[in-house]
Write a new protein. Structure first.
Length: 257
């Protein structure tokens, strides 16, 4: 596996690595016909959601896109701030990271979907480069490796160890080759969703969509920067880690569809 990432393709073709994802300039919006949906799940993210939406808008100036904020019953001003910033707010009363994304996928109008967390950790400015890579290399799914350019303090040692264990088990159980099974920044063609079996409504959805995509679509993992979050940490290391690990075994050994 190269240091730049890993790929999967039904034809066995392995795209050559980019010299720099940051320096890559994607083609233009083609006269306004570009269709992109940026989906951001939220729960009590008033401290950061405005900054995230601003960064998306700056990155996609001149593009034809929508921002969908899927809110799972926030008790603060998350929804109000998102609407003030011009995002489409989709209220999803059912809790769950995966549930929020499934609802967002159902509502998305873009031919391509990009995802971000609402806590300023992921680099929205890299969406255009990832989109361009998806198109120029005829890929269907791109996920990202946060460990390639991890900012100091962005992830605790416990979270790193847990991610390493989950990623290793993902690779062993499902025969894929990725470095970061828990990354939440993806760019992919909406058309592949009909081929993917995504059952998880909680945090395991992140690893599940990668497993499905790398086994069924032309997929690639690329490095990104990952920053310290703004706002309260909601991830429970042991609880979520155990739930994700258990899910991997359940998915691997239950009847395959």
């Amino acid at each position: 596996m190269g240091t730049w990432g890993s790929s999967s393709s039904g034809s066995g073709h392995r795209p050559s690595p980019p010299e720099s994802i940051i320096s890559y300039i994607p083609f233009s919006s083609r006269g306004g016909s570009l269709q992109l949906s940026v989906i951001i799940p939220t729960m009590n993210e008033e401290e950061s959601i405005g900054q995230v939406i601003d960064s998306v808008r700056q990155a996609l100036a001149g593009w034809d896109y929508e921002i969908l904020v899927v809110d799972t019953n926030s008790k603060d001003r998350t929804r109000e701030i998102a609407m003030e910033k011009g995002a489409v707010v989709v209220e999803e009363p059912r809790r769950g990271y995966g549930r929020a994304y499934k609802t967002g996928f159902e509502r998305a109008k873009g031919e391509v979907i990009a995802t971000l967390d609402a806590d300023c950790t992921y680099p929205a400015e890299e969406i255009p480069a990832l989109y361009g890579m998806l198109m120029e290399r005829d890929l269907e799914f791109i996920t990202t490796n946060r460990f390639a350019r991890l900012e100091d303090g962005a992830m605790t040692a416990k979270h790193r160890l847990g991610n390493l264990a989950l990623t290793l088990m993902t690779n062993v159980l499902f025969g894929v080759r990725i470095r970061d099974s828990q990354s939440g920044m993806w760019v992919f063609r909406r058309s592949i969703l009909d081929r993917l079996v995504i059952s998880a409504d909680g945090m395991p959805m992140s690893e599940e969509i990668k497993i499905e995509a790398f086994r069924k679509a032309r997929s690639l993992e690329v490095p990104i920067a990952y920053r310290r979050r703004v706002g309260e940490v909601k991830l429970s290391s042991w609880k979520d880690g155990w739930m994700n690990m258990r899910f991997l075994f359940e998915k691997r050994f239950r009847r395959q569809r």
